[in-house]
Each structure stands twice: as C-alpha cells, then as structure tokens.
Design a protein around this ligand. Structure first.
Ligand code: FES
Ligand code: FES
Length: 157
C-alpha cells in the first residue's frame, strides 16, 4: 500500500506491506533508529514515539495506520543543532545507562512537560509507568525529567 507520513516535519511517501509495523517502518524504511524495538509485545515502551503529538507504542500499530498523519521521533526533538531541554537534562543527570529505554522515556517526558510544565514526582512516575528501564532503577530518569522542567521554568522566568 502507498502511504504518506509526515515524519519529523518531512513528508515520506512509501510503498509498504500492509502487515508492516510502524516501528519497522520508522527504523528500517526511514533509517530513524533512535526509536528502539524491544519486546514487540507492548510492554517495554522502547518504541514510543508520537503519532499526531500523542505518545504511542509503535510496535502496536501498523505503518498504514499512520497514513496521512504526523509522526515525531526522538530525532525530531532536536531543533537544528540545539538539543531539547529534556535531552540536556538526561545527559546532565545521568538519566540513562545502556540507553535502550531512553528515546521512549524522552518522548514521554517531552509530552508530559508540554502539558504539565511543573509536574510532581508522582506525576512523572505515573507518566513513565508504561515503560521499562532495566538499568537505572528509574531514579535518575525521574530526576532528569524534573530537572528539565526546572530548567524550562527558569528560562521562562
Ligand atoms: S517494543 Fe514496543 S513496547 Fe516494547
Ligand atoms: S538505561 Fe538501560 S534500559 Fe533504561
């Protein structure tokens, strides 16, 4: 099937198998390997990206379901050469170890802060509750998201 998807602001037109998963379309057809493929069973959240600004697990959707819609991946968080404050905070606060969960965590974090610029720690933990990190114990991930929120509040002040 021929599909048109707007990925990180760029129109992408491809012929795809109807059974192709969105995560494989993004990674293999478009070469955007920032989104990871982990469990393939909707559990880990490594594949989280945005479909029309909503975080989704891309292993649970077919590529054809994104036809005519906007997809944002972790590569799309960067503005030119400027990292998103979430990306900066993850680096500052050591919010990762192996990095496998990190792109999905960042996409959820950015989505949360766009809607709730001053989240509490429980709100951050709830936001990432559908995602698994096997390395960090979540402490530094939560710290990173709270730090990003603080940096953004300071920048606005
Ligand atoms: S690969 Fe999609 S939730 Fe794990
Ligand atoms: S940093 Fe390794 S899974 Fe989260």
């Amino acid at each position: 099937m021929k599909i048109t998807v707007y990925v990180n602001g760029t129109e992408q037109v491809r012929d795809v198998e109807p059974r192709l998963l969105l995560i494989h379309f993004i990674r293999d057809d478009l070469g955007l390997t920032g989104s990871h493929w982990g469990c393939d069973t909707s559990n880990c959240g490594a594949c989280i990206l945005w479909l029309d600004e909503i975080p989704v697990k891309a292993c649970t959707l077919l590529a054809v379901m994104a036809d005519g819609r906007r997809v944002t991946t972790v590569e799309g968080l960067i503005r030119g050469t400027v990292l998103d404050p979430v990306q900066v905070a993850f680096a500052e606060c050591h919010g990762l170890q192996c990095g496998f969960c990190t792109p999905g965590m960042m996409m959820t974090a950015r989505w949360l802060l766009d809607r709730n610029p001053d989240p509490t720690e429980p709100e951050v933990r709830e936001a990432i509750s559908g995602q698994v990190c096997r390395c960090t114990g979540y402490e530094n991930i939560v710290r990173s998201i709270l730090a990003a929120a603080q940096h953004e509040r300071e920048a606005r002040a």
